[in-house]
Write a protein that binds this ligand. Structure first.
Ligand SMILES: [Zn+2]
Length: 145
C-alpha cells in the first residue's frame, strides 16, 4: 500500500497530530511493510530514504501513532515490541521458531470468545478488547514474511 505525503498530512490533521517531516516520512515508510515490523526494521528502512531521522524519533513517532490508533502494538513474549499497520480486530499466529507473526482471519472464533466473555464477564474487570494470539510453528515458511 502506498500513500502520498498529502494523504499522510491529512490523516495526521484528522487525528490532531502535528505534521513534522520525520513523522510524515516514518508513517509513509511503515505502510510498505507486509509483516509486523520492529522499530529497528523501520529505522533501517527510513534511514535509506531519509538519513538523519533518529531511532529516538522513530520510537516517539510510533508511540504517537499507537496512541492515535493509526497502528497497533503487538507484544511478543520476548519483550520485543512489534507494530502492525492493521488496527482492525484480527488474530495473530506467532511462530516461536521463525519469530514470524502472521495475521489469521477467523471471525467465528473471535465472536465465540467475545460472546462468552460478554455473557460470563470477569469480576471487577471491564473488558475493552480481546486479542487472540496463537503460539505455534509454521510447517512451511514460504510466503509468511
Ligand atoms: Zn496483524
Amino acid at each position: 500500500m502506498s500513500i502520498t505525503l498529502n494523504q499522510v498530512k491529512q490523516t495526521f490533521q484528522e487525528k490532531g497530530i502535528k505534521s513534522t517531516l520525520p513523522r510524515v516520512f516514518i508513517f509513509q515508510c511503515l505502510q510498505g511493510f507486509k509483516h509486523h515490523f520492529s522499530a529497528e526494521e523501520l529505522f533501517h528502512k527510513v534511514s535509506k530514504k531519509h538519513p538523519g531521522v533518529s531511532l529516538a524519533t522513530i520510537y516517539k513517532t510510533l508511540e504517537i501513532l499507537v496512541q492515535n490508533k493509526l497502528i497497533a502494538k503487538v507484544v511478543t513474549d520476548e519483550d520485543k515490541v512489534r507494530y502492525d499497520h492493521r488496527t482492525d480486530q484480527h488474530i495473530h499466529l506467532y511462530c516461536e521458531k521463525s519469530k514470524i507473526i502472521a495475521d489469521h482471519e477467523d471471525p467465528e472464533l473471535e465472536n465465540l470468545v467475545l460472546n462468552y466473555l460478554q455473557k460470563k464477564g470477569i469480576p471487577d474487570f471491564s473488558i475493552q478488547q480481546v486479542q487472540i494470539n496463537i503460539k505455534g510453528e509454521f510447517l512451511t515458511l514460504k510466503n509468511k514474511k
